[in-house]
Design a protein. Sequence first.
Length: 270
Amino acid sequence: MSFVADRIGIMAAMPEELQALIDSMPDAEVVRRAGRDFWIGHLQGRAVVAVLSRIGKVAAALTTTLLVAEFGVCAVIFTGVAGGLGAAVRVGDVVVADALMQHDMDASPLFPKYELPGQGITRLHPERSLTRRVRDRVAEVLDVSSLAAGGALSQVHLDALGLHAPRVHMGLIVSGDQFVSSAADCDTLRHHLPDVLAVEMEGAAVAQVCHDFEVPYVILRTISDRADDTAHVDFPRFISTVASRYSQAMVLGLLDRHADQHGGDVFGAA
């Protein structure tokens, strides 16, 4: 395996999110591997490979491995939706992961609960300076001015869904092979992991593969619900009118070489 200079892997959790990105790739060509369609082309003038992650940790891990080993990407961006757990995290907000862990990893008593067997760690951390650059860029992309008339996201009508302008958070996202939707399960997660902000089913697996391959990665999650059913939104409408457009705007913003005052995208490419 050899990395392809300047090529970024982009994983989307929902078909609508992937399609929004493909629609922004003027030269997209599809290559099929392991039953998955990988779209090769360019975004913001940068070489990319875009693919649907599929649901669950194993599926996401395999997809990530193919991106790195088969297509030689030098970094990975994952964008998708998640359930909110942090007290300050609202539907429509975005969480940038600075730590990820598998909340259903438990090999005790051989290893401590949550620890990755053989690695001696429970949490995986994206590179700190990269994560901060991502948070700052996402905050710029989702600024209220972009949602106003004439802005890049002016067609996202949050008021129609009863949502507020998005806030960008940075913190712990947990993953597991279960759909967390009950108040009891949420309370359990918050009890054991008081700093958790969001829960989903893929991010920690993506992080583990990237960690092992020593590939930089970014995990972005738009909050689609509160995971405990305390906030209700028309989910299909939210995905098509909010989450997919946020994903498109955030990924394009992260790859924009002209948005940074230093003349490069968040990965440092000029």
